[in-house]
Design a protein around this ligand. Structure first.
Ligand code: ZN
Length: 576
């Protein structure tokens, strides 16, 4: 049967019409910007804790207007910065994304490596070299290689998928004080900027740029950090309005020379050895991050065209303040009140330029936070610092020697949480790896403070009991990078000595206080909702992918959060 030309034209017109309307519908549902905020060490209960003194635009906006997941946890055991950021970025567990710790032992190189080190891509500012930095971040001190890139992240990030989906038209950026907080979120396809304590600037590496964009050079040329020379971190409000107003001086807080345990905390002279480091140990680190981010949004025209852009901002001050003073301290209380202002200012800026109704905001954290043992003890709760250097290893070594003919030589190194066996020695001696792992783990389990020592081979073979803790260890186990034995301390026990720096609290365990984080989606017409079913941080990237319609990141094992994506249709109406 022949189709008349009129009918053909009518059919053609109908087809074009429906395609056009689909495009319109997609346009309305597609945000101009995905703003992914990560707060380093923001335990799940902390935003709510001081809400009574917070304004309307920051945490209160997110908690009151957003879809708030009240029982969100990381599902991996080593709750460190790189691990959590990479999990939020990829929707994969560390077993798949490969970022199993801030530092791991690389058998090929015969040394500890820093997660995003990459000697092929030096930083653009020579004076930002990490080896010139007066770094007191213990994991950074391990970083002898100055270059940085995302090459060690073994799977795609959501931001990578967005780049692929839009033929590279999406603008993708990650910003943080910490290099690992920026590089992870920008993924392989985006651009990352972070703060160099050595040079006091926001820097990047040759992986991303041959030279700084003009606006970055101009921002750095104003020397924003130097504005804080000879200034100090003071309380935002009257002391008696704080929950911890009477508890400024707590015995377990770090008494860093010149900075001290009580307000005001002085930053010292602009050319002081620790000046920039102290800025990051206060809300100033977040203020600088915000200022740089605003400049980025303006100069890179973020959210201005119809293609969805992606901007990740990771605020690091909460982590440094937590390590030095603990999560229950006057410093943390003031820091969170100031972070609330910082978040409000960022959201207001985005609202003015792009519109929060066209921006999908998601906030989470890379890990939670343990209370300082001294604070727990005051409440009658058993808690202790662990010092593996004090372990009496003699009996254990003798037992190993009796069984295998050698003792100490079996151990390559112990960088918590992993103990690494010496693979060369095992090979030369013809020893069975699994057998040695099990024997060493049995000896480790006897030390005070060790709750569990889990052999790697046994866990991948399913030979250890399936419990909440061991499942998190399995999720953390990457065959190539993870050590031979994963050590878990008792709840409320942790190492607080990092190469001579004694801190108040240190996260990194698989216990609930370290896995517990906020997950909040807001903006884009979302209606408020509180969700109490358990969700995991791997769900975040999967949900972003589902909202935009990209394929899931390559290693993602998260589930789509229905409470968010089911509102997509509503979001269309709200936006229009
Ligand atoms: Zn930390």
């Amino acid at each position: 049967m022949q189709v008349t030309s009129r009918r053909y034209i009518a059919m053609f017109a109908a087809t074009t019409l429906s395609i056009a309307s689909i495009a319109m519908a997609q346009g309305a549902e597609t945000p101009k910007l995905i703003l992914q905020i990560t707060v380093d060490q923001l335990r799940g209960d902390l935003p709510q804790r001081f809400l009574d003194r917070m304004g309307g635009g920051g945490f209160r906006y997110l908690l009151d207007q957003g879809v708030v997941f009240k029982d969100a946890h990381h599902a991996h055991a080593n709750t460190e910065t790189i691990v959590g950021h990479a999990t939020l970025a990829t929707g994969a567990h560390p077993a798949q994304h490969g970022m199993v710790g801030n530092v791991w032992f690389d058998h090929g190189r015969g040394r500890l490596v820093y997660n995003i080190e990459d000697e092929r891509y030096p930083l653009l500012s020579a004076d930002a070299d990490v080896n010139k930095s007066t770094e007191i971040d213990p994991t950074q001190k391990k970083a002898k290689v100055s270059g940085r890139s995302p090459a060690n992240i073994l799977v795609s990030t959501f931001s990578d998928e967005l780049a692929l989906h839009t033929a590279g038209r999406a603008k993708i950026f990650g910003v943080s004080v910490k290099d690992r907080g920026a590089v992870t979120m920008a993924g392989h396809a985006g651009k990352a900027f972070w703060f160099s304590k050595a040079s006091g600037e926001f820097v990047t590496s040759r992986f991303y740029y041959e030279r700084y964009p003009e606006w970055v050079a101009a921002w750095n040329a104003t020397r924003p950090a130097e504005r804080y020379a000879d200034k100090s971190w003071k309380l935002l409000h009257k002391r008696d309005t704080y929950l911890y107003g009477e508890k400024d001086d707590q015995a377990w807080e770090v008494d860093f020379p010149g900075y001290g345990r009580v307000f005001p905390h002085a930053f010292g002279a602009g050319d002081g050895k620790y000046f920039t480091t102290l800025l990051t140990l206060s809300p100033v680190g977040d203020a600088l991050t915000l200022d740089f981010t605003k400049s980025l949004i303006e100069n890179e025209s973020i959210g201005e065209d119809d293609v969805t852009d992606y901007l990740a901002v990771s605020f690091s001050s909460t982590d440094y303040v937590g390590h030095f003073f603990g999560p229950s301290s006057l410093e943390m209380e003031d820091n969170l009140l100031r972070l609330d202002h910082t978040l409000a200012a960022l959201l207001e800026f985005v609202d003015d330029r792009i519109g929060l109704n066209r921006t999908l905001v998601v906030l989470s954290a890379d890990h939670g936070s343990p209370e300082a043992p001294g604070y727990l003890n005051e409440m009658g709760i058993e808690a202790k610092y662990v010092d593996p250097k004090q372990w009496d290893k003699q009996a254990g070594m003798a037992a190993l020697k009796q069984r295998f003919g050698i003792g100490e030589e079996l151990i390559q190194t112990y960088f918590h949480p992993y103990l690494y066996l010496n693979q060369d020695v095992l090979r030369e001696q013809g020893l069975d790896v699994s057998e040695v792992q099990t024997a060493v783990a049995a000896e480790l389990s006897k030390f005070e403070g060790v709750a569990l020592a889990v052999p790697g081979t046994a866990i991948v073979k399913g030979q250890v009991p399936d419990t909440a803790l061991t499942r998190r260890i399995l999720n953390n186990h990457n065959i190539k990078r993870s050590g031979d034995i994963f050590i878990v301390f008792e709840s409320h026990y942790f190492i607080n000595d990092f190469d001579g720096l004694t801190v108040a609290s240190a996260h990194g365990s698989p216990w609930r206080y370290d896995t517990y984080v906020p997950v909040i989606f807001a903006g884009c017409g979302l209606k408020p909702q509180k969700v109490y079913r358990p969700v995991q941080t791997v769900d975040v990237a999967t949900t972003l992918a589902a909202w935009i319609g990209t394929k899931p990141p390559s290693g993602a094992s998260g589930q789509v959060l229905g409470e968010v994506v089911d509102q997509r249709a509503c979001a269309t109406v709200c936006v229009e």
